[in-house]
Design a binder for this molecule. Structure first.
Ligand code: PLP
Length: 413
């Protein structure tokens, strides 16, 4: 093992870590190395008190008055503004609402309506399942007027033609961590008159994103992954300002109405991004999401990116030195080509991950054979990565993963 891969070397890197201050923002359980913040961000220290305050004071004492006095009604756009900073969006281009799945449906539907006569929604096979399922549901809803076409990522540029209404891509692939060139793909889509809809679920808070510079049209993203908003946190929707006035989304609920409390019979969309809203926001969930986003206060995404590449590269360097040839790397080896998680393939991946979790190193498993590890710079150190690999080495060398209890499949992997 080379000197650079010792625990002392890792500790030295941690001593000059400009993001070390952020770790205290999280209430991580002792004895756990959490490599799954890409799937469910951990609990921020501030969240429990903020929720208790909302329950006991804003709800308990304020009652219905709190819609006005505690900022409840403004939460979707106020929190959207805070996410905007992390994705290169204007303050008036993001709304927090619904789930990622629902927002994808709303925006894909709106995109098709903005490109009448075009009959193709273009995506890639192996995209995150819910994205494809929601697009299949939309096509069914449109009665065959529009079809979902999936072509492998290296052929997408060639498949763009004037039949395509919208190109729907996940910016960072959920298993491989590969990233699309957002500006390049957007330019190609625009060249044939198509719109782009980006899913930023594995990008937001993980890598620098600049929707404005990329010329992106529409985007959605997740609140419970890198944004640390809590299990099932509300998601967000982005609509470039230039499209907002013409955009009609199908879930025309009263919170997206121009005057929800006028109680008139006919729907009229609100001005601007507020038309993305549908029903009443879940205030407690919004509160937790707000605390999750606050873990990025004073943090520049460029610094997050630098440390994320350092952590994941260290992980791969250590793996190659300590367990050569045991796992197949599914993610790009070059740090610049992958986002903030790494996937390894192994035929016994499920049991190995189960054994790792039992030993306090929490990653996750993605069928059919992928072990997935997220590297989240706000609370992970290089020493954590070193210790996680040592645990994996022990499990592989002792073959403790062969214990039958690690073969029992759970509902959520
Ligand atoms: C996590 C994730 C989602 C989640 O969608 P939900 O509606 O919150 O279940 C959607 N798309 C991608 C690409 C994801 O990674």
């Amino acid at each position: 093992m080379t000197a650079v891969l010792t625990r002392e070397a890792c500790e030295a890197m941690d001593r000059s870590d400009p993001l070390a201050f952020a770790r205290v923002r999280f209430a991580l359980p002792p004895g756990v190395i959490y490599l799954d913040g890409n799937s469910l961000g951990p609990l921020p220290r501030a969240t429990a008190d903020a929720l208790a305050q909302q329950v006991q004071v804003a709800w308990g004492q304020g009652l219905i008055r709190s819609w006005n006095t505690a900022g409840w009604i403004d939460a979707p756009l106020r929190i959207g503004t805070r996410i905007a900073r992390l994705i290169g969006a204007g303050a008036d281009e993001v709304a927090v609402t619904d789930s990622t799945s629902v927002n994808l449906f709303k925006l894909a539907s709106a995109a098709v309506a903005l490109r009448p006569g075009r009959r193709v929604i273009l995506s890639e096979p192996g995209n995150f399942p819910t994205d494809l399922y929601m697009l299949q549901g939309l096509c069914q809803q449109l009665g065959g007027a529009v079809e979902l076409k999936c072509v492998p990522r290296d052929r997408i540029a060639d498949a763009l033609d004037d039949t395509v209404a919208v190109l729907v891509l996940t910016h960072v692939h959920y298993t491989s961590g590969e990233m699309f060139d957002m500006a390049g793909m957007t330019a190609r889509a625009h060249a044939v008159g198509a719109l782009t809809l980006w899913d930023l679920s594995h990008s937001t808070g993980a890598v620098p994103v600049d929707l404005s510079a990329a010329g992106a049209d529409l985007a959605v993203g997740c609140g419970y992954k890198y944004l640390n908003g809590g299990p099932g946190a509300p998601a967000f929707a982005y609509v470039a300002r230039r499209h907002q006035a013409d955009l009609r989304q199908p879930l025309s609920g009263w919170m997206g109405h121009a005057a929800p409390f006028a109680f008139v019979d006919d729907y009229q969309p609100a001005e601007g991004i507020a038309r993305m809203l549908c029903g009443t926001p879940s205030v407690l969930a919004m509160t937790a999401l707000d605390c999750g986003i606050a873990t990025f206060d004073g943090v520049e995404m460029a610094a997050v990116r630098t440390k994320s590449m350092s952590l994941s590269s260290l992980f791969l360097d250590l793996l190659e030195a300590r367990l050569p040839g045991l796992f197949e790397l599914v993610s790009p080896r070059n740090a610049a080509d992958r986002a903030s998680h790494v996937s390894l393939a192994h035929p016994d991946g499920y049991a190995i991950m189960a054994a790792l979790i039992a030993a306090g190193v929490i990653g996750d498993f993605r069928a059919p054979d992928r072990l997935r590890f997220g590297f989240t710079p706000l609370y992970l150190s290089h020493a954590d990565v070193f210790d996680a690999v040592e645990t994996l080495v022990r499990i592989m060398q002792t073959e403790s993963w062969r214990d039958p209890r690690f073969a029992v499949r759970q509902a959520v992997t």
